[in-house]
Design a protein around this ligand. Structure first.
Ligand SMILES: *Cc1c(COP(=O)(O)O)cnc(C)c1O
Length: 353
């Protein structure tokens, strides 16, 4: 499979922007090449200011941060892309690989909304193949929807908003047979029993795995997403991305967070245990018709009257997500697993309905 052929024609021919940092990478004492303020930055906290030179442009390829991520994930730096949230990687996939007004992508509703929004922004057709009633892939439907202009298939596993993981052999079938990129969005993989696909990159040149710092890593506000893929896909990403897409503060904070993986692992364990407990407790409520099994940090719950239940909770300052208008999610609410205390408040409120 030739990734170069998959690129848009204008991207194939693109001469990327060359930064000052790209042109000179060695050691020096006087940097007069990037029109920065050589005196420093007016940060009032001396400690912050001393830690990093915020007056300087950041590393365009974030090599220190990628090195730290590589040690945890076991994926080489050259197979890693960092974006301003996973959302940037999703947008870049369209901009690099999909010709507006001609190419199409396949999405599998009910799923994450950004795949379709980003397609719309880029004027790329989305072909929808609904998941089966058990929220697994309709392999026949997908095969029928693919044509010569199909460039991407988005598979979210564990899936948002349904919470289930997609059967691994089904994903492998698509990876082995589809001539475009297969994007597996693993935003919730830390909460799943299922194994990640990042170890399969050498096996499948068309595999792109998305992960994020926004969920288990507790850093949604930073906007930091990861994409893991074959070298040629990563090279295309690096060519198309804005030169300094990850700011220095984000790189510093993420590096700090990566040193505290024990905390993250502990929270994952607690959240998974609480998910199982909350699922049981919810299932016993009279208003609850069904609690779907979840591999994520949320549960999808079918209730007798979704809108009314949602409104009662809002009145008490408890906000969940009403998904009852979403394909295959009729009557369903999506509830994030909170802290122990928050889950208790939620349950108590629901018991009174
Ligand atoms: C939350 C979420 C993300 C995270 O996106 P970021 O831009 O990294 O915050 C990605 N995919 C899915 C399916 C999500 O639910």
């Amino acid at each position: 499979m030739d990734i170069n052929k998959l690129q848009r024609e204008n991207i194939k021919n693109l001469k990327p922007y060359s930064t000052a940092r790209d042109e000179y990478k060695g050691q020096a004492s006087v940097f007069l090449d990037a029109n920065e303020n050589s005196y420093g930055s007016p940060l009032f906290n001396e400690e912050d200011a001393a830690q990093q030179n915020y007056n300087r442009y950041p590393d365009p390829l974030q090599l220190d941060l990628k090195d730290a991520i590589s040690k945890i994930k076991g994926v080489p730096i050259e197979n890693t892309f960092l974006g301003n949230g996973s959302d940037e990687a999703i947008d870049l996939l369209y901009r690099a690989f999909c010709e507006p007004g001609r190419d199409n992508v396949i999405i599998l509703p009910p799923t994450y909304g950004m795949y379709e929004v980003s397609a719309g922004i880029n004027n790329v057709e989305t072909r929808k193949v609904n998941l089966l009633p058990n929220f697994q892939l309709d392999l026949e439907g997908i095969a029928e929807a693919i044509d010569v202009n199909t460039k991407l298939i988005f598979i979210c596993s564990p899936n948002n908003p349904t919470g289930n993981s997609i059967i691994r052999t089904d994903i492998e079938t698509i990876l082995a047979n589809f001539n475009g990129l297969v994007v597996i969005d693993e935003a919730y993989i830390n909460y799943a029993k299922q194994k990640t696909f990042i170890q399969e990159l050498t096996e499948y040149p068309n595999l792109v795995v998305l992960q994020t710092f926004s969920k288990a890593w507790g850093l949604a506000a930073l906007r930091l997403g990861m994409a893991f893929a074959s070298r040629s896909v990563i090279d295309v990403f690096n060519k198309v991305k804005p030169p300094y897409n990850i700011n220095q503060a984000t790189q510093d904070i993420a590096l700090k967070a990566l040193q505290n993986i024990e905390q993250v692992n502990e929270w994952i364990k607690i959240t998974v245990a609480d998910r199982e407990q909350l699922s049981k407790d919810l299932a016993e409520l009279e208003i609850v018709k069904k609690v779907y099994p979840s591999d994520a940090n949320f549960v999808l719950v079918e209730v007798i009257d979704a809108k009314a239940t949602y409104d009662v909770l809002v009145d008490q300052g408890i906000i969940i997500r009403d998904r009852s208008k979403v394909t295959l999610c009729e009557g369903c609410l999506r509830i994030t697993i909170g802290t122990g205390k928050e889950n208790e408040i939620l349950l108590n409120a629901l018991k009174k309905i």
